[in-house]
Design a protein around this ligand. Sequence first.
Ligand SMILES: Nc1ncnc2c1ncn2[C@@H]1O[C@H](COP(=O)(O)OP(=O)(O)OP(=O)(O)O)[C@@H](O)[C@H]1O
Ligand SMILES: [Mg+2]
Length: 364
Amino acid sequence: MAQVDFVNVDKSYGSFRAVKDVSFTVGDGEFVALVGPSGCGKTTTLNLIAGLLDLTGGEIRVSGKVINDLDPKDRDIAMVFQNYALYPNKTVAQNLGFPLRMRKVAKAEIKDKVEEAARLLDITHLLDRYPRELSGGQQQRVALGRALVRDPQVFLMDEPLSNLDAKLRVQMRAELKRFHQDLNATVIYVTHDQLEAMTMADKMAVMSGGVLQQYDAPERVFEEPANLFVASFVGSPAMNLLPATRVERDGTVFATGEGWELTLSDRNGAAARRSETDAIILGARHSSLALHETETSGAIPARIYTVEPTGDLTYAHVEVGDKTFVISVPPDRRIAADQPVWIGFDQNKLHLFDAKTEQRIAQD
Ligand SMILES: Nc1ncnc2c1ncn2[C@@H]1O[C@H](COP(=O)(O)OP(=O)(O)OP(=O)(O)O)[C@@H](O)[C@H]1O
Ligand SMILES: [Mg+2]
């Protein structure tokens, strides 16, 4: 397996810059998820590694060697596509062996490798079937197996689970994670599903508009989002964001808005002072907020807009001025639309952003 380095990678289609000065390193054996909304440049980035597109600028290195000008077939990289691209007229065994046959590998060796991949992916009993005789999840495993037999330096996967139904996706997610652990493979995995990325990856590369917004372990991305984009993209329901004005009186820092004022803790107050202007944005996840039904000191007034039971948790949609917050409460909580409430903040879990730069303000 191998380390992959992106160094100032740029890609333009004509005058449109789809990937902008992207740099990051995928460690040997790491599983990296490339996430971001539709059109942010994920597939483009993957195709640059695979050699299906030429770079406009920068370098991609595999095991320290620049591969910019290397032919795709010489890159020793296997790609698993969203639609699997299995050959319909070949059996599973023939599909698995095909990449090796193309490379003129000896028959006996092909047989061994195919059997080993089949065993690893638990598809030995399917070797004589045709793709049309397989379920979506089984086809998925064959597609993985076909990448596997090549024993490549790097696996690239572009939304490999997006054609599967929700239940199978959760199951395949676990299988892919296991596959990675067993093989210690270097994997770059594209998804627009942040939950998939959170659950599977060692690191997440969050992209937006062709720009790499943050590259970090999933828990760090979740706990310390680098900017407003990452904060609202990662986590479900999305982080609640509340624009506020920083005000200072007698050494205490407050965040204020239309009809409310929140006294910031010393730590958050110190952070708020570092914002470029007095415009800040408070960020709070649904689970870090308390919903009070009577006026409570330190809590800000709001009104319930609607109540959404989901079984395990109930989501209260709450209006604060012209913003709506989503707050999770236990399912047995009796609350109703239009009820006045007060929102309490866990200041240890409060995020602060500079409204002007949209960057996270670090808290010591
Ligand atoms: N061949 C092309 N010519 C011109 N523009 C392109 C081409 N391919 C992609 N783009 C544009 O580049 C941007 C990035 O596309 P890309 O396919 O990498 O997005 P993506 O992140 O994979 O999105 P999705 O989640 O929808 O698959 C998009 O705005 C897209 O319209
Ligand atoms: Mg894509």
